[in-house]
Ligand binder design. Sequence first.
Ligand code: HEM
Length: 583
Amino acid sequence: MFNNLNLTDLLNTTSNILPFSSLLPPSSSKNHNGAWSLFPGTTTTGPLLPILLLALAILYLALYALQCLKSHPNEPPILPSKIPYIGHLLSMTLQGGRYLKNLGLSHPDKPIFTLPVPNSRIYIVTDPVLALAVQRASKSLSFTPLVPDLTKRILGLDTKTVNIVRQNLDPEPGEQKGFLAEMHDMVYAALGPGMELNELSLRAVRELAEEVDSFVDASFRNSEEGKEEEVKVNLLHWVRHFVTISTAKFLYGPENPLTSSSPAEGEKLDLEAAFWDFDNGLGQLLIGIVPSLTARKPYYGREKLAAAMGDWLDSGKYLGEGVSDIVKRRVEIALRHGWDLREVSRSELSFLFAGIVNTATTSFWVVLRIFAERGLLNAVRGELEGVLTQEEGKRRGVLSLDKVKNGQACPTLMAVFKESLRVGSDNYSTRLVKSDTVLAGKYFLKKGSIIQIAGGVLHADIKIWGDDAAAFNPGRFLPGTDEKKKNGNGVHPAAFRAFGGGKTLCPGRHFATNEILAFVAILVLRFDLEPVEGDAGTGTGGMIRVPEKDDGVLPVHILEPRGDVFVRVCPRDGTYGGIEVVP
Ligand code: HEM
């Protein structure tokens, strides 16, 4: 085959197929000495250019053919790229998650396929049965070996700390756990169903309710009748602010690094902005080429946050009463594994990130979807008013967290939440192939390759979700739908990817569900959101327009909208001077 041919063989072979002249520009001609002239009046001594062009053409053909070679007959089908080896990577960089999603959707006959990349392959899984097989093969297909390098780039860990992270990544039962394995187990236990989860959820929602109270006080306190006042906000930023501040408080206490690291108010807001700069530039940090120059905004955002978190740790405030147990244990585990206290700030940045970004963006979509459709708004409000109580003589409504998250009491709210996650999440579950593996008894996966489960493809697959897979239809998650394919509750368990799956299944999913549903409930009960002038959706009867999601970025979390959504926030007429959340 091609690897046994040398360049001369190739030149000889292809000269029969491609006449030299076909590689030259039409204006070229031979002069009277027989030398090639590219431009009238100039000469090129010898046939250098055509040979160069031919060599390039042959090289191209050879590389194209090479990338199509399977490393094993049972390797998943190869999708070659027009620019051999680097074409897929280039397109991923330029088009973000959209590229692989479109590639997957345009090959519905391939449940798994291979993308050739320099010195390796990327296998893309687009089928739930194979996704489950990937999750089950956790011994040979593991995310953890990728973590040290990823965290070094994204969090800026120093070499000593990365070496600690590298230890005992995937311990066998009974073996000593490395830092990552111990942290993983602790976080999964703390956020799993039980008392600690219930208490943390309640704390989080109460913190959110307080932030909403502060907003109402600050925005509407001068009005005689609150209902006549309104405030224009950028919906994503508005929701984000509540989630960012309250998460910093319930995880890191009232004296947390985000809201109290500087006495100056301006500096506080600055750190919140730094957080979102860091988030929005994660893809650039991941590329990791001199990030202080090529990824200035996220780099300096991260460094500012790490410095504030470092000062907070240095001051010993992490041992204070208002700090959550989970954070205290995280710091303790890192120190026990030999991390320097200031480096721990970077690990905590990753936890703050996990706690904020998906929750904030999901809350935004759920609120937007509810306020974009009158029928949904009425249904969700009806359910919530059905579970809201009010103590006699008191203006504050009382909301039970148990009832809000109960799919029986508030089925439409739950359905909008799940459907927003399905439509908004294009995430990938990524694993390294640690040893040659046969997946599902059929597909050969080569050691050292990367395998990714493509959530965006699975979430848009009409074989799974029915013909309306591209549409937002919370009805598919309502109980009692007979058509299995349309009923989100009846699909293959590995087809819903918003929280990932297998060993890396999001440990915060129960907590996030509690938090988001209750937060959205508070907003729906307390406010009306209306489109700003000229920004209503078409055919929505004056409701808010829903923009497309921005899928041209690396899908590291639930995707943001393409463009801003501004709304008028109007306190609702009626009863609630605020909402008290009870278990
Ligand atoms: C709607 C909200 C959320 C969504 C959609 C979400 C989604 C995800 C996803 C997709 C992953 C990666 C899974 C994979 O690679 O297969 C993940 C991991 C993780 N999430 Fe969440 N998440 C949310 C909220 C939260 C919250 C509130 C917390 C913490 C309080 C949290 C903590 C984590 C952690 C620690 C990991 C890393 C797990 C590991 O591999 O060790 N998440 N999340």
